[in-house]
Design a protein around this ligand. Structure first.
Ligand code: NAD
Length: 259
């Protein structure tokens, strides 16, 4: 259903972004992969997406820099004629009490997790409106809806992206352009897997104890969402049948934010 669609997925060399890139490629889209990875990984990813129904290429834009966020979209539009699907997924985390939160970390997280999405959207939006079709999916978080302590910048950025999502949805509503935020709880990614060993070592717990008592404490399902589940949701939102779904924050969090 996504053949002939060009999709840019930020932060798609790993984790959720990669799951989304795979899902869009499987649905037939031409995917631009972005993120930080070594050459061999990039080659393998492009080849893998190529063996799915769609095709893939790589753009190494560093999205901490607004000019590169703009250039990422411009290069894709120049190469494929237009950008039909924009997935803003790249993100980083920093955990610290607010009174000790390093201002440089605040700036970094706001720049990547919030401002980069503004810059890619503002660059892609006019041509989506002209084409009468566009799908913007922002990978937010349960932290777009509720907070946790020690994550001031991340929670602020994710709440911010929920607001940006609603605003862009209203501006695109009569032009066939939808904008939605996906709000995952804990998803099994390399990022989370690494946290488990670090947390286990730091707290003197087993891996199972960290998973049950620390990570999944807030998630009633007591299981991680998978990148395949998030990918499938994103692919649905990018299809024709999701035309009336816009301006929403869609939770995929095992019941976390229902509490
Ligand atoms: P990840 O670390 O596995 O992937 C992050 C991706 O972003 C990588 O491809 C990385 O190369 C890329 N990236 C980092 N800095 C970049 C930069 N300056 N420019 C371009 N790309 C850059 O993390 P993930 O767990 O897959 O997280 C992806 C998104 O999902 C983030 O926005 C995160 O906040 C959100 N999220 C994750 C979870 C979770 O449990 N894993 C839960 C909720 C929301």
């Amino acid at each position: 259903p996504l053949s002939k669609r060009c999709a840019v997925v930020t932060g798609s060399t790993s984790g959720i972004g990669l799951g989304i890139a795979r899902a869009l490629a499987s649905a037939g889209a031409e995917v631009v992969i972005n993120g930080i990875a070594d050459e061999r990984t990039i080659e393998a990813l492009c080849e893998e997406c190529g063996t799915l129904r769609g095709r893939a290429s790589y753009d190494g834009a560093d999205l901490f820099d607004p000019a590169q966020a703009v250039a990422l979209v411009e290069r894709a539009a120049a190469r494929f004629g237009r950008v039909d699907i924009l997935v803003n997924n790249a993100g980083v985390q920093h955990v610290s009490p607010v009174e000790q939160f390093a201002p440089a970390q605040w700036d970094r997280i706001i720049a990547l997790n919030l401002s980069a999405a503004f810059h890619t959207i503002r660059t892609a939006f006019a041509s989506m409106k002209t084409a009468g079709f566009g799908r913007i999916v922002n990978v937010a978080s349960a932290h777009a809806l509720v907070a946790s302590p020690f994550k001031a910048a991340y929670v602020a950025a994710k709440h911010g992206i929920a607001g940006l999502t609603k605003t862009v949805a209203l501006e695109g509503a009569q032009h066939g352009v939808t904008c939605n935020a996906i709000c995952p709880g804990y998803v099994w990614t390399p990022l989370v897997e690494k946290q488990i060993d670090d947390t286990a070592a730091a707290r003197g717990l087993t891996r199972d104890e960290v998973i049950r008592d620390v990570l999944l404490a807030a998630q009633p399902s007591k299981r991680f969402a998978t990148v395949e589940e998030v990918g499938a949701l994103a692919a649905f939102l990018c299809g024709d049948r999701a035309a009336s779904i816009t301006g929403t924050t869609i939770s995929i969090d095992g019941g976390w934010t229902a509490q």
